[in-house]
Design a protein around this ligand. Structure first.
Ligand SMILES: [Zn+2]
Ligand SMILES: [Zn+2]
Ligand SMILES: [Zn+2]
Ligand SMILES: [Zn+2]
Length: 1001
């Protein structure tokens, strides 16, 4: 059972248990429209009362909350439809002792649903608009039981109803009885089984086309289109399935039929060989479509057939005779000679006692209840526009909505009155989150709070499942912010200095354009101005920055000591300028070299890159270089925007940090928001102005064939190649593969879909790579000796990591249209596609551009990966012992991460780690790189590095303890595994990690 389904069952059970309250609502009354204010009628509102229950649901992620809102809403509807049938059957079983035609049954059910107005859109909706909804749902309910009669949760399997084809007349049954020596009952059941092939093929039609819609079909039959049944296999008939067994020729030349239950059963029951059995099936098909049959299948083209659902009748309750296998316990309506219907089961059938069978069946007990009222559940996350979120919140307070499926948006400050129940779909990261979520309930004086928490199979949830007190009574450290944080202070000082300079010298200021200030070296004036230690700057700093730390005041306010770290040789600003100018030089040099060699292709590559590189935004440049504060200019957050050509537009806020976006918003990834499904399709190109778009921001990756380290370069590689950054082996320029940093975000497909009840998550994997940065500044570096083993720990800030997708995407360089490398059917439209191809272009269909202007003029797609480079705080740990075993070091890494988070009370998601290594003396030497997952760094990692090494020691001790108290092999969710590392669960080895760490403490 999936996570949604599991928590769905819990949420449903919980909802059923919540006591109902009464509430009044106002039904829309007639309003007479008139422009004469004196004639304006007083609006009359009819007040009615309903009952309902309410609760809040929390998920950790927005997508989790968004999907669960859809899932719970849909699965509860399915459940209500069943409960409706159950109640009808109980009420009506004495009135229809000979069964009832499906259409009539649908009408009875529709009346029942309509009486309760069960499928209204909201609690404030008036009756009329939901009439068709109730009938639609009645049809869906009955077709679902008919089509899925074999499923264990169906009402047929619970012995509550059975279905029968009306076309098997007594005459026809008699023929089978006589010719094949069967009992009348067996013959009847056998023919009914064969007639059900139309149902199994989903070739069923309702009374009117409008009875069900495309998404109902999708839900019922997994295709939005009407399916048909043909006699023989016919690929020219769209969406069809055939009745007759399909022949195949064996290598020996012998003709055989594909095995199917239908063929095996026919041959077994009628005691015929396969050829004769097939002949019999042919006769039966001919009967089913012949004029002699009052209930014959219908057809438009004489090839594809459908059957009206009304040609089946429903037997209700005690009139339904069902059978149970004494061996496999399967319940069936087809009893032919007491044989179990399951292929391979040799059990015998026994009459099912439905009452007894249902008495301890979870589903039966749920369906039985008389509580029949809708469950309205809406998403409440940061993905919604503020207005919509507020709207849902108000509806919840007015009790028009029963449940809100929230991410963290609801944690703070929203009072929802007399709410009593909260459901947490996982154990929150921290005790403070728990307190906030649970604290939503029981805020009114006369309400008692109830909070139910579902513990997932994760090490975090396990830990607190074992010791819930730590979560429930946990210590809550109030969020604090110290103004004396040097890291933050510096960026503010720099920002103040720069803005003052540009104010004094407005000639150098040209909005966000970096041309004057950077490209044309306007910054030189800035540097000499700073060196003159201007009084007006000191005054401004003194007046605008309030810090108390004496040391910091002396360094930043009372003196110009800080200039060294800024514009000195190793200063932050000097370094990024130097890097920029070196890159420009490099691009120019390579361009000229290629020109001299008459290699126009390479020359134009370098020329384009140079142009792109020099088209710099000033703020972007300075923020990326960590000169200006990042939170003021969020450059690392991108959006998945809706397609201009889409039919409906909702204001949504689908934004994500780039390192997450390259997985969650990557082309072909699906995102659920406010009840709809959006599929990403385009990588958005950076826009310069109305008519001009920039090239994608690209970089290059190569795996070193010798040391397997990933080399990363922002610049294209020249014809001479470049040495591997780790082992020095010469890498050729063709070893490097292209990657896009999608800084302008993504665009969704035109089509917006409904959210399917069970959705396969399409999400791409990423890997973090420590690439190191020569502009990073070291904070501290210590060496310790634990149990005679040397440990080196170094912490740096402003260091570089790259997150890279492990998959490829085929991207249109013109418009950004992209196909993921696993979208097989889309790629197969390209004649020249081969797995791993660098470019594909032979496609007759083409693709639409994202500007709503029809087809793109380009058909060539180029292979790229996606990446994001970011700066953060890093702690590097190297060990003086054998670190050559990759899987051991990975296991050690996860053990240390877990215990580090626990020891210092850091949210586990806020720190991450990766391994880096070099070959030394023919052996791999691994380093563990722990870094802050928060862009820009939050200062977590550096807390590991203290002069006395006590923190690291404690972290190792705790890691040993976690590993030692586990008994699993090789590892489990309690010790090393978690959701993120599931790809490598098998190689995570608890005992190896333990042995390694025990050397150190
Ligand atoms: Zn069986
Ligand atoms: Zn190498
Ligand atoms: Zn295109
Ligand atoms: Zn374990």
């Amino acid at each position: 059972m999936g996570y949604d389904a599991a928590t769905g069952v819990v949420a449903t059970s919980l909802y059923e248990q919540i006591p109902e309250y009464k509430f009044d609502y106002e039904e829309n009354a007639e309003k007479q429209s008139t422009h004469n204010p004196f004639l304006k009628k007083v609006e009359k509102k009819k007040s009615k009362s309903r009952t309902g229950s309410q609760f809040l649901i929390f998920s950790d992620s927005r997508q989790g909350a968004a999907k669960f809102a859809c899932f719970l809403s849909d699965s509860y509807k399915e459940f209500l439809r069943r409960r409706g049938i159950w109640n009808i059957v109980t009420e009506e079983e004495n009135n229809y002792t000979n069964g009832i035609g499906i259409s009539d049954f649908v009408t009875v059910l529709d009346n029942y649903y309509s009486g309760l107005n069960l499928f209204r859109k909201s609690n404030s909706e008036n009756i009329e608009t939901s009439l068709t909804e109730n009938r639609r749902n009645a049809w869906v309910a009955v077709l679902n039981e008919l089509y899925n009669c074999n499923r264990d949760t169906s009402l047929v399997s619970l012995g509550k109803i059975s279905f029968e084809y009306l076309g098997n007349s007594d005459d026809i049954i008699q023929v089978v009885v006589k010719n094949y020596n069967l009992s009348k009952q067996d013959a009847k059941n056998f023919l009914n089984f064969l007639a059900f092939e139309t149902v199994r093929s989903a070739a069923i039609v309702t009374d009117k086309i409008s009875d069900i819609n495309q998404s109902d079909r999708e839900y019922l039959f997994f295709t939005p289109y009407q399916k048909t049944i043909t006699k023989y296999k016919d690929n020219s008939i769209f969406n069809s399935q055939c009745f007759m067994p399909t022949p195949k020729t064996l290598k020996s030349g012998e003709k055989k039929y594909h095995r199917s239950t239908k063929l095996l059963l026919t041959s077994k029951i009628l005691k015929l060989d396969h050829d004769k059995a097939v002949e019999f099936l042919g006769y039966y098909w001919d009967y089913m479509v012949s004029d002699n049959n009052k209930y014959k299948l219908i057809t438009n083209d004489g090839k594809g057939y459908v059957i009206p659902a009304n040609y089946f009748k429903v037997n209700l309750g005690k009139n339904a005779i069902l059978w149970k296998c004494n061996k496999c316990q399967k319940v069936t309506q087809f009893n032919i000679g007491n044989n179990c219907i399951q292929i391979g089961c040799t059990g015998n059938l026994e009459r099912l006692n439905s009452k007894e069978f249902c008495s301890d069946n979870y589903y039966a007990l749920l369906y039985e209840s008389k509580k029949v009222s809708p469950l309205f559940v809406k998403e409440h996350t940061a993905q919604l526009a503020k207005k919509d979120a507020l709207d849902y919140q108000q509806q919840f307070i007015r009790k028009e909505i029963n449940a809100l499926s929230c991410s963290t948006t609801f944690e703070m400050g929203i009072d929802v009155g007399d709410l009593e129940t909260v459901f947490l779909r996982n154990i929150p990261p921290l005790a403070s989150n728990y307190a906030q979520r649970v604290g939503r309930a029981g805020r009114s004086i006369d309400a008692a709070a109830f909070a139910l928490t579902f513990a997932r199979l994760s090490s975090h949830d396990f830990t607190f499942f074992d010791s819930p007190r730590e979560m429930i009574n946990g210590i809550i450290t109030p969020p604090n912010f110290t103004l004396d944080n040097e890291k933050i202070l510096k960026r503010h000082i720099y920002a103040v200095a720069l803005s003052l300079y540009l104010k004094i010298y407005p000639d150098l200021y040209s909005a966000n354009n970096a041309k004057l200030f950077i490209n044309e070296k306007g910054y030189l004036g800035f540097i000499s101005w700073l060196k003159s230690e201007p009084i007006e700057l000191s005054d401004l700093l003194r007046n605008s920055i309030s810090i108390t730390n004496k040391q910091l005041v002396d360094k930043y306010i009372n003196s110009y000591e800080w200039l060294e770290g800024f514009i000195g040789d190793q200063g932050t600003f000097s370094k990024i300028i130097k890097e920029y100018e070196q890159n420009v030089e490099y691009l120019k040099r390579e361009y000229e070299k290629a020109m001299r060699a008459r290699d126009e292709k390479t020359a134009s590559l370098f020329n384009r890159k140079l142009e792109r590189y020099q088209k710099n935004d000033l703020i972007d440049f300075l923020v990326r270089g960590n000169i200006l504060p990042k939170y003021g200019f969020p450059i690392d957050s991108v959006e998945l925007t809706q397609n201009i050509a889409a039919q409906s537009f909702k204001s949504l806020n689908l934004s994500r940090d780039l390192s997450v976006a390259i997985a969650e918003y990557a082309p072909s990834a699906e995102v659920v928001a406010d009840g709809s499904l959006y599929k990403s399709r385009y990588i958005r190109k950076p826009i310069v102005n109305k008519s001009e778009m920039n090239d994608f921001e690209t970089a290059y990756f190569a795996e070193c064939p010798d040391c397997q380290n990933i080399n990363y370069s922002k610049m294209p590689i020249g014809s001479d190649g470049t040495p591997c950054a780790i082992c020095g082996k010469k890498l050729k320029n063709r070893d490097f593969k292209k990657s896009i940093e999608p800084r302008a975000g993504f665009i969704a497909e035109e089509e917006i879909k409904e959210v399917p009840l069970s959705s396969q998550e399409r999400k791409y994997k990423t890997e973090a790579i420590y690439v190191g940065d020569n502009t990073a500044y070291p904070i501290s570096k210590y060496e310790y000796e634990f149990e005679n083993i040397k440990l080196k720990v170094e912490s740096t800030a402003n260091d570089s990591l790259v997150v890279k997708s492990t998959d490829f995407f085929y991207v249109c360089p013109k418009c950004g249209y992209s196909i993921a490398s696993d979208e097989v059917s889309k790629l197969s439209e390209y004649e020249d596609y081969k797995s791993g191809a660098y470019r594909i272009e032979k496609n007759t269909v083409g693709h639409k551009n994202p500007f709503g202007e029809g087809k793109c003029i380009n058909t060539t797609l180029i292979r790229y990966s996606l990446h994001h480079e970011f700066k953060t705080d890093v702690a590097k740990i190297s060990f003086g012992c054998d670190t050559s075993n990759y899987s051991t070091m990975l296991s050690v890494m996860y053990a240390l991460l877990n215990s580090f988070a626990h020891e210092l009370n850091i949210e586990r998601r806020d720190i991450k780690a990766c391994l880096s290594y070099k070959i030394s003396g023919g052996r791999k030497e691994h380093k563990i790189i722990i870094y802050d997952a928060v862009p820009g760094g939050a200062g977590h990692s550096r807390r590991l590095v203290t002069e006395d090494g006590e923190v690291l020691k404690a972290v190792i001790k705790r890691a040993i303890n976690i590993l030692d108290t586990c008994e699993c092999s090789p590892s489990c969710y309690r010790c090393l595994r978690n959701y993120e590392n599931q790809k490598i669960h098998e190689i995570l080895d608890r005992e190896n990690a333990l042995t390694f760490l025990e050397q150190l403490g």
